[in-house]
Write a protein that binds this ligand. Structure first.
Ligand code: GLV
Ligand code: MN
Ligand code: MN
Length: 409
């Protein structure tokens, strides 16, 4: 029985999803035995599609097809192999497999540009407190100090990378911008917009910028029975106001989202007033100025919440990534490809971050989103229908054909 392209994509994703740490869903972290097995499987698919494979110094698996002429620039397609803990089978890896299927159409026929499919090692940032080292190394923006960061078991990124890539050569793989035409990332939407619109694919306009803060609220521990309410310095009550303030401010702003995803309480016992709370605040928006304004309002709310209870507070920014706009020319080319494939082009922004956000420092970037069931992602229930993946492959093929005719003319 001949499988459709969509069915082949689903079968390949299922095979890749089986390469996981034990437990529910997919857990495939970078520079692990699971990553090595995934590279072997995906590298085999790349080679069957006529691509020549290698792994670069940052651990990115690359499958390349040459252009008609040796000095022609390269167009890049791809996404990441890694998952969150207990994640789904689509986030990242689908954007590696669909381009491989799309390139089959061209057989031995050279295009006026070389094409590479990139399978980045680490986009999720789950194992090390950093991410995107593959695209950053290609863009020449990697801070080499991140190689000294350690995972929970004390293994440094430098040691983990050794054997996959080459930490000593990671500074040498930056691509000259003149050699790269652009980067297109295909990704499950991870949200509900396409499903609500009844559309299989969409065009990303921008990837939200992110900032993360570490907050400490300090009050005073006291006996839960004897300390009168009005004399308490309860750090958790102050932090609770901060949690509400983040929600309120982001809802009022409408164009920002904010999350307090981690919270530690001390002493964290049933009969003591909380003395200290550590929490994180993450803010995202497609507009950096809006995100910055929200951060200022959140900081003011934290100050007020702490002051009302005679607590002290500290807020330190630990991470920042600017918003990234997708290239209008590539968005237009995607819109034409989507229309040629018989679909209505819909534009939407991405609240999740992607390898594309770091590739934007190297070249024009674009993203094709694929409809996702119930908007669910970072969850074993994550799902994209085979028919939608097939439509995405058709769009990728049309996109490359259009790019080829633009380059020829
Ligand atoms: C990763 O998926 C993120 O957006 O944080
Ligand atoms: Mn992803
Ligand atoms: Mn993800």
């Amino acid at each position: 029985m001949t499988l459709t392209i969509g069915e082949r994509a689903a079968a390949m994703l299922a095979e890749a999803a089986a390469i996981s740490e034990p437990g529910a869903g997919v857990t495939r972290l970078p520079f692990t035995p699971e990553h090595a097995r995934a590279n072997e499987l995906i590298g085999g698919w790349m080679r069957s599609a006529g691509l020549k494979t290698h792994i670069d110094a940052a651990g990115t698996l690359i499958g390349r097809r040459e252009a008609a002429t040796p000095d022609a620039p390269t167009f890049l397609l791809g996404s990441h192999q890694d998952s969150v803990r207990g994640g789904g089978a689509y986030d990242g890896i689908m954007g590696v497999l669909l381009p491989i299927l799309a390139l089959e159409e061209f057989g031995d026929r050279p295009l006026p540009f070389a094409v590479e499919v990139l399978c980045f090692a680490d986009e999720e940032g789950v194992r090390f407190p950093t991410a995107l080292i593959g695209p950053r190394a290609l863009a020449g923006t990697l801070d080499r100090n991140v190689l000294e960061m350690s995972d929970r078991r004390g293994i440094s990124l430098r040691d983990a990378l050794d054997g996959f890539g080459d930490p000593a050569a990671i500074g040498d793989i930056a691509r000259p911008a003149s050699t790269v035409l652009g980067y297109l990332e295909t990704h499950i939407e991870q949200g509900p917009v396409l499903e609500a619109a009844g559309l299989p694919v969409g065009i990303v306009t921008a990837i939200a910028g992110i900032e993360r803060h570490a907050v400490t609220v300090t009050g005073r521990a006291a006996h839960a029975g004897t300390a009168p309410m009005e004399l308490r310095r309860d750090a958790l009550c102050a932090a609770a106001e901060l949690v509400s303030a983040v929600e309120r401010i982001c809802r009022e702003t409408d164009q920002a989202v904010g999350t307090i995803g981690h919270l530690d309480v001390a002493p964290n016992v049933v009969n003591a007033v909380p003395a200290k709370v550590h929490c994180t605040i993450e803010l995202r928006s497609a507009e950096d100025t809006i995100r910055t304004r929200v951060a200022e309002r959140v900081a003011a709310a934290a100050r007020d919440a702490a002051a009302q209870r005679d607590c002290s507070w500290q807020m330190e920014r630990t991470y920042q990534q600017p918003a990234m706009a997708c290239a209008p020319r590539l968005q237009d080319a995607l819109a034409t490809a989507i229309k040629t494939a018989g679909q209505r082009p819909l534009h939407l922004m991405s609240g999740a971050t992607h390898d594309a956000s770091a590739m934007a420092d190297l070249c024009p970037v674009a993203m094709l989103f694929v409809r996702c069931r119930d908007g669910v992602s970072h969850n074993p229930a994550e799902y994209a229908a085979p028919e939608d993946m097939e439509r995405a492959v058709v769009v990728l093929r049309e996109f490359l054909k259009r790019l080829a005719s633009d380059e020829d003319s």
